[in-house]
Design a protein around this ligand. Structure first.
Ligand SMILES: Nc1ncnc2c1ncn2[C@@H]1O[C@H](COP(=O)(O)OP(=O)(O)O)[C@@H](O)[C@H]1O
Ligand SMILES: CC(=O)N[C@@H](CCC(=O)OP(=O)(O)O)C(=O)O
Length: 299
């Protein structure tokens, strides 16, 4: 006989674990694509929390694939180097010098930092970019904008800004199968052999679609998609998103996010969720509790 009686706090911990049980059963063996935005990468504590969530997902049998951004970090490096940078429709105009800096910062600095945080917590991450094993093939993005004076749509040359036109996810499946956590930088080769800078949301959505991911998370610096009065919109589909874009509720950096969510769910991803990556363990709470967080985009 034992006279051991766990106290209430300890019992609450057991309850937390048992509450997670149905989710653990549901998601074992499934692929989750996580887009980690440059704005969501906060202080070392926040970075540790993020890496802890990713390592935990892997430990319970989920296959996380991390696709990261780094817009603010590219901006800071360009500033240090005295290179001007401008955006058109949320995309960085990328000349040859900017493409070189973007690849250095994304595939060099940030990619290896994330690999390091995961390694520090006992995970085995492999950092690659879209170039590796032909993961992503890009094509130059074309954009038009209304002329400020005449209002006539004119072509804008964004330089080496690409969008994925083909994704071969074999390398990601192989890495996941062998126990590794892939960490992907949004840079890829074009069909012309040039290096292209790709918006990280767009890159992540294309990868989530190609992997038929069960879940696609976009971690950013807002609670999700907000209405004009600042309240969180918890549920969206393509029709609702089109209306919010037309009336200007969704603008700037939120546009590529919702567009890529729609593309991903149309490609077979079950659900995409935009949530605040600065909230400690936001992703874990979303996955393993009945409490939804952020904005869920579904087909
Ligand atoms: N309706 C909206 N709801 C929430 N954020 C919006 C909305 N419209 C525009 N935004 C802007 O989009 C930003 C998120 O995009 P971005 O800065 O590109 O993030 P990240 O670096 O994480 O990719 C928000 O911080 C906000 O300024
Ligand atoms: C073409 C383009 O705009 N590329 C982005 C790539 C990084 C990115 O998207 O990072 P976030 O997710 O942190 O914004 C850029 O140069 O900033």
């Amino acid at each position: 006989m034992t006279d051991y009686t766990p106290d209430a706090a300890l019992l609450a911990k057991a309850e937390t674990l048992t509450e997670a049980l149905p989710y653990l059963q549901r998601y074992a063996g499934q692929t989750f694509v996580i887009k980690y935005g440059g704005h969501a990468m906060g202080d070392p504590e926040a970075q540790r929390d993020f890496a802890e969530d990713v390592v935990l997902l892997k430990a319970v049998g989920i296959n996380p694939v991390v696709v990261h951004g780094g817009g603010p970090q590219i901006g800071a490096m360009l500033k240090r180097l005295g290179v001007e940078s401008t955006f058109v429709g949320g995309l960085r105009v990328t000349d040859a010098a900017t493409a070189e800096v973007a690849e250095m910062v994304l595939a060099g600095k940030i990619n290896k930092e994330i690999v390091g945080w995961i390694a520090a917590l006992g995970g085995r991450a492999v950092g690659i970019s879209g170039k590796d094993a032909n993961l992503v093939i890009a094509e130059k993005v074309t954009r038009t904008e209304p002329d400020l004076n005449s209002g006539i749509e004119r072509h804008v040359d964004l330089g080496f800004v690409g969008e994925p036109v083909a994704v071969d996810p074999a390398i990601l499946r192989n890495l996941a199968r062998d126990g590794f956590i892939p960490v992907v930088a949004p840079v890829a080769l074009g069909t012309d052999g040039a290096t292209y800078n790709i918006n990280a949301d767009t890159m992540a959505g294309a990868i989530a679609g190609a992997l038929d991911a069960r879940r696609f998370f976009l971690l950013t610096d807002v609670a999700g998609v907000l209405a004009k009065d600042g309240t969180l919109i918890t549920d969206l589909d393509a029709t609702a998103i089109a209306a919010l874009k037309t009336d200007g509720t969704i603008s700037g950096g939120m546009i590529p996010k919702v567009d890529t969510c729609i593309a991903a769910v149309e490609a077979g991803v079950e659900a995409a969720v935009i949530l605040d990556g600065r909230v400690p363990h936001a992703m874990l709470l979303e996955i393993f509790t009945s409490q939804g967080a952020g904005t869920l985009v579904h087909a």
